[in-house]
Write a protein that binds this ligand. Structure first.
Ligand code: ZN
Length: 271
């Protein structure tokens, strides 16, 4: 289903995002040929010294942004997810949206930016917000981003490790992306191998000073055995990732709670 608000917004900007072959694919809309470059995409640019060179026309920005978006590999089911389509009218959901917008406002591609991990129970719209942030980063800031679903990433990497004895190319590629978004951090079977891979990804991103974004269903810190807020038996993200990875992650990101009602339950409930 195409959300009308996001569809119109995208259209206005010369593109649309549709679910296509498993990914949320951005397509440049058919437009009148650009008056500035007559549709060639190239224009003459006069330098300060009067020299003339050939440059890229402004109208190509959307083409570049669509290519960046398609390289991000956002799954098709999130094609409609923008910050504008986030259902902030649901009780308690708007602080999550505010957090996302706040982070974007502070984001500066020229400066080192602290990442953001949205944490909270399932069904609160964390992945929607994450995809909305990515959408803004690509179409407003034109930065390269990549979306990976934690357990899917682990299983595809495991497959290639089993077949070829390793997939350092994939790891290197992920470390090269300036903004990596990991959905459902901490999900998985928590085997030594999985912990080693997540350690590798986080360490490489850390060393490259890349920005990590993510979501997790696990509370970041372990529950305390004493005190009124103790929740014995609830696994934390630290339990899931191990102390070493978690402590590095904590240096790289801010954990932001996303609360509110369960979207899926609200959708199911009779009105
Ligand atoms: Zn043009």
């Amino acid at each position: 289903m195409v959300d009308r608000a996001s569809y119109l917004e995208d259209w206005r900007h010369g593109y649309e995002v549709v679910a296509d072959s498993g990914i949320a694919r951005a397509i440049v809309r058919d437009r009148e040929p650009c008056a500035r470059c007559a549709g060639t995409g190239r224009v003459e640019v006069t330098g300060a010294d009067g020299s003339i060179r050939i440059g890229r026309c402004r109208c190509q920005k959307v083409v570049v942004a669509c290519a960046l978006w398609n390289a991000a590999e956002v799954p098709a089911r999130h094609a409609h997810c923008t910050l504008d389509t986030f259902k902030s009218e649901l009780p308690g959901a708007s602080p999550g949206l505010t957090l996302a917008r706040h982070w974007l406002k502070a984001y500066d591609p020229k400066k080192e930016t602290r990442g953001l991990v949205l944490e909270g129970e399932p069904g609160r719209g964390k992945t929607h917000l994450l995809c909305g942030i990515l959408r803004e980063l690509v179409f407003r800031h034109h930065v390269e981003v990549r979306f990976v679903e934690f357990s899917h990433l682990l299983s595809t990497m495991k497959e290639s490790f089993d077949k070829r004895g390793g997939d350092p190319v994939r790891l290197t590629l992920l470390a090269r992306v300036p903004i990596l978004a990991i959905d459902e951090l901490g999900k998985g079977r928590k085997t030594d191998w999985e912990l080693q891979i997540i350690d590798e990804i986080v360490s490489r991103s850390y060393n490259q000073r890349n920005v990590l974004l993510g979501t997790t269903n696990f509370p970041p810190a372990p529950s305390k055995p004493t005190g009124t807020l103790a929740q014995p038996g609830v696994e934390s993200l630290e339990d899931r990732l191990g102390e070493r990875v978690f402590s590095r992650l904590r240096e790289m990101v801010t954990f932001a709670p996303v609360k509110g009602e369960d979207f899926r339950a609200v959708r199911r409930a009779p009105r």
